[in-house]
Write a protein that binds this ligand. Sequence first.
Ligand code: ADP
Length: 164
Amino acid sequence: MTGRRIAVYPGSFDPIHNGHLDIIERCQPLFDQVIVAVLFNDEKQPLFTVDERVELIAEMTSSYSECRVESFSGLLVDYMDEVGASIIVRGLRAVTDFEYEFQMALMNRRLNRRIETVFMAPCEEYSYLSSRLAKEVFFLGGDLRGLVPARVLESMDAKRADRG
Ligand code: ADP
């Protein structure tokens, strides 16, 4: 299906929060299909397994008919070739995100000239939110309602209970 604008929104999503969901929603009118791609990353000690994250994101995005959720490992540009995508979507929260994101965008373009990165500004309400901060606040007993979907908070509760 040539000519379809297929965008990939890559990240760790450990776990998905409202800042991510805001970006996914903003992508809907812009692209023909959005693939949320969960990265296998050996270096991090994740809260959720990649499969659990994929499942949670799929539940949270089930109302979007042209959104699918997958996992990938290795080079993003190789994965994009596999799925026929040419656009990378990234959220830019603050200037602090910029340097790393700019480097990644240029490296990805160097690796594959066909690929463009699109940066999206989040809703101000979530502009300070990260999965890392959400986990930190959660394990200290803070209230994350309105920042992380209730369904995800339930799964975080279950993880905490498992850990004892
Ligand atoms: P984090 O762990 O920092 O929340 P991820 O690695 O899962 O983020 O990020 C995936 C993508 O989502 C990145 O492009 C990141 O900039 C973007 N993102 C993360 N948090 C937000 C937010 N609060 N608002 C908008 N975009 C965000």
